[in-house]
Design a protein around this ligand. Structure first.
Ligand SMILES: [Cu+2]
Length: 167
């Protein structure tokens, strides 16, 4: 009796192991979690509190509203994937940016060549790090609003996610 139970247990563990390994097949798509946005208003852009976005004023976006999109991208596959570009109906275009500290000041720069998501890793787009920058936002973003953002990945293709506005 005890031996039978042990065999069953070993078989069960074996199946878990096999299913666990199958999870990381190379054609598995990235998963997008915790998508949220917030507007970056003119006041914030010129104020000291958000000097990270000050360079947009120099980029002749002074008349436009901008916003950021944050999310976590998880890659369950055994090969890397790359976030190439993004777009949304609510803005003119979206750029991939990275915030970096220089001394005690925060600056942003465009990320060229897309953002690589290593195999079986997550990359967080979050304040002070990577973010999607929405330029020429056409509507006012109120807390709780949601809007679709289309993401284009090298391997996973295009996917639409809903971003929720949070302040
Ligand atoms: Cu930015």
């Amino acid at each position: 009796m005890g031996g039978l139970k042990l065999h069953f247990l070993l078989f069960f563990l074996f199946m878990v192991l096999i299913l666990g390994c199958r999870k990381s097949s190379p054609d598995e798509k990235v998963m997008i979690k915790e998508v949220w946005s917030r507007p970056v208003g003119m006041a914030a852009m010129s104020g000291e509190a958000d000097s990270s976005h000050a360079h947009h004023m120099n980029m002749k976006h002074g008349e436009q509203y901008t916003g950021v999109v944050y999310m976590t991208i998880q890659n369950p596959a055994s090969t890397p994937d790359t976030l190439i570009s993004a777009e949304s109906d609510i803005c003119e275009r979206i750029e991939l940016h990275q915030s970096i500290m220089k001394g005690d000041q925060m600056f942003m720069q465009r990320v060229e060549g897309g953002l690589e998501i290593p195999p079986q890793k997550s990359v967080a787009l979050k304040p002070g790090s990577y973010h999607l920058m929405m330029l020429g936002v056409r509507k006012s973003l109120k807390e709780g609003d949601t809007f679709p953002v289309t993401l284009h990945f090298q391997k996973s293709g295009s996917m639409i996610v809903e971003s929720k506005v949070r302040y």
